[in-house]
Design a protein around this ligand. Structure first.
Ligand code: AMP
Ligand code: ZN
Ligand code: FE
Ligand code: FE
Length: 292
């Protein structure tokens, strides 16, 4: 069984619609796919319809923008009820922050002499529910300013770059219990990718587990072999679920093909069982998911 638990569609900053993503997943030989768009469950219904037709198991999830001790941390939330009021409130605040940040970035770019308009970004963004820097990057590619998203992030949009603007993210310590109360489970995405191992060390992960964190994404392209070994050992010691995934964004992210990392059937089964427990305890149901 091939299980990929972290992917994006055009509902956030992936380049394939949920239907196209499901078809790509089948073509890649996957049996289980989680759709984890940024800060939104917008793509779930379409992905579910396509998955039913294709005979693929869909896991409804999202990748939520959080903040922990001043640093950005991505939290994968699987099988929550997004209509649970405290969760809905956080998601709205994050999406509001996204919508106000993008015009501020466009303004910075214009001050830098780049003739880009909000319309260019909105055209690039298409049907997204989570407007973001990748859409600005795509507009910059269309305008011929950069060759790809990577160059846009490296030279203009990334933290520390001239057009960088911050935005709201949910407090991680508050969000984890909210996900549990929404009937879902929390997994930290790429915890030691880039410079994040300085943000979340073993003791931080232990404390987050006490707040309800159930897993960490170990097998991810942002982790080299040595990081994976060390993080896997910490996860085993803390009895956290270990996940592996592609973080596929269609053509929007290089070197992240579907199924390039996968989650073991045992870890997947445990994740689903923990979500079922959270759902029983909270009385909250994931829309479209019956009788667990
Ligand atoms: P935002 O959500 O607007 O803060 O933009 C951050 C998102 O952009 C990340 O979650 C990634 O999905 C994507 N991203 C970050 N760096 C790059 C890069 N170098 N190339 C392509 N996509 C990136
Ligand atoms: Zn993304
Ligand atoms: Fe991420
Ligand atoms: Fe992601």
């Amino acid at each position: 069984m091939r299980i990929d638990l972290h992917t994006h569609s055009t509902a956030s900053d992936g380049t394939e619609s949920p239907t196209e993503l499901v078809r790509s997943a089948v073509a890649a030989g996957l049996d289980v796919l989680a759709l984890t768009d940024h800060d939104s469950s917008h793509g779930w219904a379409e992905a579910a319809a396509a998955a039913t037709e294709a005979g693929l198991t869909l896991v409804r999830g999202m990748e939520i923008s959080t903040r922990h001790e001043g640093r950005g941390v991505h939290l994968l939330a699987y099988l929550p009820d997004p209509s649970y009021e405290p969760l809905d409130r956080e998601l709205r605040a994050i999406l509001d922050g996204r919508s106000t940040r993008v015009p501020a970035v466009v303004e910075r770019l214009r001050e830098l002499g780049i003739e880009i308009e909000m319309d260019d970004v909105l055209r690039a963004a298409g049907p997204t529910a989570a407007l973001g820097r990748p859409h600005i990057a795509d507009a910059l590619v269309t305008l011929g300013v950069v060759v790809d998203r990577n160059e846009a992030f490296a030279t203009l949009l990334g933290a520390g770059c001239p057009a960088y603007v911050d935005r709201y993210a949910a407090p991680l310590r508050e969000l984890i219990p909210i996900i549990t109360a929404a009937g879902g489970v929390s997994v930290i995405a790429h915890p030691w990718g880039r410079h994040l191992h300085t943000t979340l060390d073993r003791d931080d992960l232990a404390k987050l587990r006490d707040l309800g964190l159930v897993g960490v994404e170990v097998d991810h392209q942002d982790h080299d072999a040595e990081i994976r070994d060390r993080l896997r050992a910490v996860a085993r010691e803390l009895d956290l679920v270990v996940t592996g995934s592609s973080d596929y964004h269609g053509v929007g992210k290089k070197d992240h093909p579907l199924g390039c990392n996968t989650t073991s059937p045992d870890d997947y089964a445990r994740l689903v069982e923990l979500a079922a427990e959270a759902s029983r305890a909270s009385g909250r149901r994931t829309p479209g998911v019956v009788a667990r």
